[in-house]
Design a binder for this molecule. Structure first.
Ligand code: CTP
Length: 404
């Protein structure tokens, strides 16, 4: 392992997506890593080595047979790096890694390296769907390799499907999290997750489709980056992430009280509040103590508005001050999504809104997401909730450095 700086071997293989690998190198260098670029023979047909050496300040390694290198190159490089990341990884490279080949530097490095291995595949959707590729991927997952993507989108041929390489930000986030960077050490992060449930009577309630996965991913990512995390969870079946203090709540008012306790009356007990919870906007005006009996053909339930928990915190917080506030916006109207998200950013006086369409936001492990802040909108594409969690925390971290 390297001395002070954590080091990443960035292995580039021959796919059109190789043009995005320099972005990953740049993000890793910006995060303070030493990046050692390794290129397969076919990668050199797609992107120039000079780009990588320019960005990383390191010589690009292309062959194990460099006679000027003293010792065994694959062994020496594997010892120096904390992570080996394959960006992009072609179907061929994945196949070679899965079968333990060692006939070039890229594959041999993977066999010798002891730290995490990250694979960011890029290929035509039909290749990704092929049983041979599926077998190889399953083998590598069983071997402990972490996959980032591929994601759904338009691939080089112009066709659409799952095969596009994940976005550089998501890949860099996965690499950082594999290295176990403790960049939120000592920070206090409060996360809300899941739905809030409003009782109608002792057996019925009003709820929503939130499963809590996004909030739990944020809590887990923050804890693994060293933060002290309080997770305020509405009803969900998810297991509590390691090193996270969990507070279970049911209704919006219970969630409000738990947030109040966690942040303190002057909001100085936390550095950030990430409101992933799908908070019920209304509750029954009256909760019946006895189960309501069926009767008329048509009935109505009078609802009263719940307080806007995030909006109230935003209103109490003075500009630029702690805690950093992150909200979510889920909409079913695709064309209005970003406009509504921006309105929430302004109305709730928060630092960042994570916008996602209702069709992908619930239950799944991936999200199609945008980040909306005062600088503008950023399309993150489709990404795993855990990757999105790390990107949100990157934004939180950046604001913690600038806040008073
Ligand atoms: N939120 C909150 N309290 C509420 C409702 C929402 O704190 N009573 C938070 C959510 O946790 C989320 C953000 O506000 O982070 C956006 O929630 P959303 O329901 O989309 O926004 P609303 O302001 O309720 O607007 P609308 O339902 O009209 O879209």
């Amino acid at each position: 392992m390297s001395g002070e700086k954590k080091a990443v071997a960035l292995v580039v293989s021959g796919s059109i997506a190789a043009y995005k690998a320099p972005m990953v190198a740049r993000l890793l260098v910006a995060s303070g890593f030493r990046v050692i670029p390794v290129m397969t023979a076919s990668a050199e047909r797609f992107v120039g080595g000079v780009t990588f050496s320019g960005l990383t300040g390191e010589a690009v390694l292309t062959s194990m047979w460099d006679s000027t290198f003293a010792g065994e190159m694959h062994v020496a490089i594997a010892r120096q790096v904390d992570v080996v990341a394959y960006v992009p990884a072609t179907a061929d490279l994945i196949g070679r890694l899965a079968t333990g080949r060692a006939d070039d530097l890229a594959s041999a490095l993977g066999l010798v390296a002891r730290g995490p291995r990250i694979v960011a595949p890029a290929m035509h959707p039909q290749m990704w769907q092929h049983p041979a590729t599926k077998r190889n991927v399953a083998q590598l997952v069983a071997d402990g390799v972490t996959f980032v993507g591929p994601v759904h989108g338009v691939v080089a041929s112009g066709e659409e499907g799952v095969g596009r390489m994940a976005e550089p930000e998501a890949i860099a986030a996965a690499i950082r999290s594999a290295i176990g960077v403790q960049d939120l050490q000592g920070r206090r992060v409060v996360v809300t997750a899941g739905p809030t449930i409003e009782d109608v009577d002792p057996v019925r309630f009003l709820g929503n489709r939130s499963t809590g996965k996004m909030g739990f991913a944020v809590a887990s990512a923050a804890a693994s980056r060293g933060a002290r995390v309080t997770l305020i969870a509405g009803p969900t079946h998810l297991a509590t992430p390691a090193m996270v203090q969990r507070i279970d709540v049911r209704s919006t008012s219970e969630m409000g009280r738990a947030i109040e306790d966690a942040l303190g009356a002057s909001l100085d007990r936390a550095d950030a509040l990430v409101m992933c919870a799908a908070v019920a906007d209304y509750r029954p005006a009256q909760v019946s103590a006895a189960k309501e009996k069926k009767g008329a053909d048509r009935i109505s339930i009078a609802l009263v508005k719940n307080p806007d928990l995030l909006g109230e915190i935003g209103a109490r917080r003075t500009a630029l001050d702690r805690p950093v506030l992150v909200g979510f916006a889920v909409e079913s109207t695709g064309d209005q999504l970003l406009a509504y998200a921006r309105r929430k950013l302004v109305d709730k006086k928060v630092d960042l809104i994570v916008a996602n369409g209702a069709e992908t936001a619930f239950a799944g492990d991936t999200n199609r997401a945008w980040l909306v802040d005062e600088q503008g909108d950023r399309d993150l594409g489709t990404l795993a909730k855990r990757e999105l969690a790390d990107l949100i925390l990157d934004e939180v971290k950046a604001r913690l450095h600038t806040a008073r």
